[in-house]
Design a protein around this ligand. Structure first.
Ligand code: C2E
Ligand code: MG
Ligand code: MG
Length: 386
């Protein structure tokens, strides 16, 4: 069956030209020069919608709202003659509505690029369907509970480098689930499951233990490196955590400054008073504290001021967009200034190219982490990488 491609654009000439271009590569094109007529349709999950944001009878933002209300599962490609800022905001809005946005393009469209894009969309969808066979479905709580008991969790480590010296400044420990039948499962598929079912405290303890153990192994090999671990909201509501950790470090004669806890802004939303207490004491015991995915949550600047963070991690969405998007670049620049004013080290994550690395160096960022430097890897591979 051919994929239906809805072209919603008030410019008749452009609309029919695009339609001819996609039909030439086997799509089933449908032109709508009036948004009102288009919204009477009900696009399904296999369809693609090419939506012009500026139309006289109803603008694209309204269409996005209606698609969201109808829980539309089609793939959306946004098109605009406006500047990139508008397009970017529209894309964010659509994503916030949980719509499936594949790309946003500025006019004039290049026919060849559009053809490639829609072909890629259908290919990716087919791959995903293949991938989502029953065995790739989400794991169950029971399975996860057993995995934690049976110690099926492993850590991969992603290097962080100092932008001034180019030297290794630390690693972030990222958890993976080594499932006996399904292979490696990424945290995106099980962390919220653990959080929602009271398993995150056990999961985090195991992660911390693994990280410390690894740290000691490396130290014995003369490779002393700081390690960061991610913690969740439930982890910082336990008032005894700082003492437990501190005792553990003292007993094993370990240096607390070697361990940094990363918390996201949304983690701090919950029980603020308790988390403030716990985080402050962790800091007093000498552990590092990092605010992760900065810029995406809802924390206020005063929270940043109240909690004694040692590090600020700018969310990767800003880094990934910064080369093309002026606003994203301004946000990165501002975060760096803010972090430095508050005496924090600033880390950029999601560094995927040399250009990004160069720009961050120019902007005075301290530390970089991302695929351009290295992907997260198992501990054995890490020592070879170093
Ligand atoms: P995070 O803490 O923000 O970690 C960074 C994520 O970005 C990692 O995904 C990493 O593989 C990915 N990444 C690194 N460099 C690049 C890059 O250049 N480009 C792109 N596109 N991505 C990059 P991962 O390992 O899938 O982890 C996802 C999230 O799961 C983490 O986000 C963290 O919030 C959570 N997580 C991981 N391990 C743990 C854990 O032990 N406990 C808890 N509570 N959460 C964890
Ligand atoms: Mg993190
Ligand atoms: Mg992050």
């Amino acid at each position: 069956m051919h994929t239906r491609l809805f072209i919603v654009d008030d410019d008749v000439h452009t609309a029919y030209m695009l339609c001819a271009a996609v039909e030439a590569i086997g799509f089933d094109g449908h032109v709508f020069t009036r948004a009102r007529e288009f919204i009477a349709q009900s696009p399904g999950p296999d369809d693609i919608i090419l939506l012009d944001l500026k139309m006289p009878d109803m603008d694209g933002i309204e269409v996005i709202r209606i698609l969201a209300r109808n829980k539309c599962r089609a793939t959306l490609v946004l098109v605009s003659g406006h500047d990139k800022g508008v397009l970017y905001s529209a894309e964010k809005l659509a994503r916030a509505h949980a719509l499936n946005v594949a790309a946003s393009l500025t006019k004039p469209l290049k026919i060849g690029a559009l053809q490639t894009l829609v072909q890629e969309i259908t290919q990716k969808r087919r791959q995903k369907e293949r991938y989502q066979t029953p065995q790739a479905q989400l794991p169950s709580v029971e399975e996860l509970r057993r995995a934690i008991e049976d110690q099926q969790l492993v850590l991969h480590y992603q290097p962080q480098v100092d932008l001034k010296s180019g030297a290794l400044s630390g690693v972030e420990a990222l958890v993976r689930w080594q499932h006996p039948e399904r292979g490696l499962i990424y945290p995106g598929r099980f962390i919220s499951l653990a959080e929602q079912n009271g398993l995150i405290v056990d999961l985090t303890s195991q992660v911390i233990e693994l990280a410390i153990e690894q740290n000691r192994t490396w130290q014995n090999k003369g490779l002393s490196t700081k390690v960061s671990v991610n913690i969740s909201a439930d982890n910082i509501t336990s008032l005894t955590l700082p003492e437990q950790l501190s005792d553990m470090f003292q007993n094993q004669n370990l240096d607390p400054t070697m361990l940094t806890f990363e918390v996201t802004e949304s983690t701090l939303m919950g029980e603020l008073v308790t988390s403030l207490d716990v985080l402050t004491r962790l800091r007093m015991k000498g552990f590092g504290l990092s605010i992760d995915d900065f810029g995406t949550g809802y924390s206020s600047l005063s929270q940043l001021h109240r909690i004694p963070f040692t590090e600020l991690k700018i969310d990767q969405s800003f880094i990934l967009a910064m080369l093309e998007d002026k606003e994203a670049r301004s946000i990165v620049k501002t975060c760096i200034m803010l972090g430095h004013e508050l005496n924090m080290k600033v880390v950029a994550e999601g560094v995927e190219s040399q250009e990004m690395l160069d720009m961050l160096t120019d902007l005075g960022c301290d530390i970089a982490q991302g695929y351009h430097i290295a992907r997260p890897m198992p501990a054995e591979r890490f020592s070879t990488w170093v």
